[in-house]
Design a protein around this ligand. Sequence first.
Ligand SMILES: CC(C)(COP(=O)(O)OP(=O)(O)OC[C@H]1O[C@@H](n2cnc3c(N)ncnc32)[C@H](O)[C@@H]1OP(=O)(O)O)[C@@H](O)C(=O)NCCC(=O)NCCS
Length: 185
Amino acid sequence: MSELKPIETERLILRPYEDSDAARVLDIQGRLEVIRWLGNPPYIPMETLDEALAMIGRWRARHDVDSQQRAYAIEVKDASQVAGTALVMRLDRLEGGFVGEYEVGWHLHPGSFGHGFATEAVSALLDVAFAEGLDQIYAGMFPDNEPSAAVARRLGLREIGVQEDPWYGGDGRLFHTTREEWTAR
Ligand SMILES: CC(C)(COP(=O)(O)OP(=O)(O)OC[C@H]1O[C@@H](n2cnc3c(N)ncnc32)[C@H](O)[C@@H]1OP(=O)(O)O)[C@@H](O)C(=O)NCCC(=O)NCCS
């Protein structure tokens, strides 16, 4: 079991989620405007602190079984507030299960949109994930999620395009990069 070490950037601290973040997780995951973009319907906003605690527990457990899986609270230094989440998680193919693929993901509290926090956080997260042995990564999103595609493009991920999403089903806009591409960019 490896400890998730904090990552510092110019404006942010990325750190593991604590149980004491549950109210903020609920405030983020309880918003349709956020969760609408995170997975397939039905879109059911989170309602209770217990659900938030369970989500934090799942993120922790995933890192415990596979240290490349990591979910960070993005804390804004000036505000001492969690702006959102940057994470790397295993991808299971609808047909074929886990074949060594991972995704990078991001979401912010709407009050933290428009400051570059997602791009800054995920850039630092990928630096660490690749330095710690990740070979390649995907990012996928609904084809009409323009703000998320803009994050991927700002990061310099290579756009594959819109195609059948092999992990979640339906159409997805997919991006990909390898450690070599990331370190050479
Ligand atoms: C996707 C999401 C994280 C994008 O948020 P975002 O705030 O647009 O992205 P960033 O944090 O990278 O910020 C970039 C914006 O901040 C602006 N910005 C302001 N100050 C900045 C600074 N100092 N540095 C960098 N950018 C700055 C940029 O110009 C850009 O705005 P623009 O797109 O209007 O040009 C957000 O819309 C979200 O959480 N949506 C709901 C969940 C979701 O869709 N998640 C992704 C699922 S695939």
